[in-house]
Design a protein around this ligand. Structure first.
Ligand code: FE2
Length: 297
């Protein structure tokens, strides 16, 4: 009898634990934002930028699977930090439908604007189906621009002495600029390619590159580029067992989970875990907003 009871108690305890973890993974952690603060040492930083802050938001994934009220509230909290620069590193939306564009406009109404500037790059989801719809990318960029976000599609900007580049997404047709693509779709609004954008950077200026997919760092494009490359895309894997890497990571280089990586002479990659999600499940990988403080290297 005791044995039966203890076995039953054991099974109930196990079931309750599984239900508890499931509830936490679905109901708590996906909306439990961690504010990560870190220094951003930069060479040639003008004295006027010393101590200024740069806020990174990534992978909001506006769409039916992410609660718009949660995103708005997280962005309002971030606004209280009063950042000098704000950057968004792609995946504004999930599928790029008309509904998502409307919801994106509402969510971006809560995005703080940097006192000096607000810039962004696009992510693979911002290019719609199969990451290939340039008209969807143009619409996402247009909604973001209407909300005061300067979306850089293979473009550079100099803002208050800090040089930014925003790259097209690695999986999009814009990444390589693709002269071949231009031949295939002569009317497409193709931007200059990533290599040309990086080549245009002034090597003597402090530089922040926005590049959604960290796998791009392993391509032979970065010679002489110094500074920081801010990325997202991985969502940190969304779920990971303690002390082990996440089982699912949408990158070729499995080293690029989340956090900072030394990726070359004078070059640091930072992978943000994102604010939204694809499926609503996070375990041991809280959503993130990052606040960098600029510092002379
Ligand atoms: Fe994403």
């Amino acid at each position: 009898m005791t044995r039966v009871l203890s076995r039953r108690a054991f099974l109930w305890t196990g079931a309750a634990a599984v239900a508890g973890v499931g509830l936490y993974t679905w109901g708590v952690e996906p909306h439990w934002v961690e504010l990560v603060r870190r220094p951003m040492p930069l060479e040639e930083l003008p004295p006027a930028l010393e101590g200024r802050t740069l806020l990174q938001v990534s992978d909001m994934h506006v769409g039916p699977r992410v609660d718009a009220g949660y995103l708005a509230s997280a962005l309002r909290d971030a606004a209280a930090l009063d950042p000098d620069f704000v950057v968004v590193t792609g995946d504004f939306v999930s599928a790029g439908t008309a509904d998502e564009h409307r919801d994106l406009a509402a969510v971006l109404g809560h995005l703080p604007h940097g006192r000096l500037g607000t810039v962004a790059s696009l992510g693979n989801h911002d290019y719609g189906r199969a990451w290939s719809q340039l008209d969807v990318a143009a619409q996402v960029a247009s909604v973001a621009r209407d909300a005061g976000v300067d979306v850089l599609r293979n473009e550079t900007r100099l803002i208050g002495g800090l040089q930014f580049a925003g790259l097209a997404d690695l999986w999009s047709p814009e990444f390589a600029g693709l002269s071949a693509m231009r031949a295939l779709v002569p009317t497409a609004d193709l931007q200059p390619d990533v290599a040309a954008t990086l080549a245009r950077l002034d090597r003597r200026r402090p530089t922040v590159v926005l590049c959604h997919n960290p796998d791009a760092l392993d391509l032979p494009l970065w010679d002489g580029v110094r500074g920081w490359v801010l990325a997202g895309h991985t969502h940190g894997g969304q779920c990971k067992p303690p002390f082990l890497p996440p089982p699912i990571l949408p990158v070729r280089n499995k080293r690029y989970t989340a956090g900072a990586f030394d990726v070359g002479p004078g070059r640091t990659l930072y992978v943000n875990r994102g604010l939204g999600h694809l499926l609503r499940a996070r375990f041991n990988v809280r959503p993130e907003i990052t606040l960098f403080t600029l510092d002379s290297a």
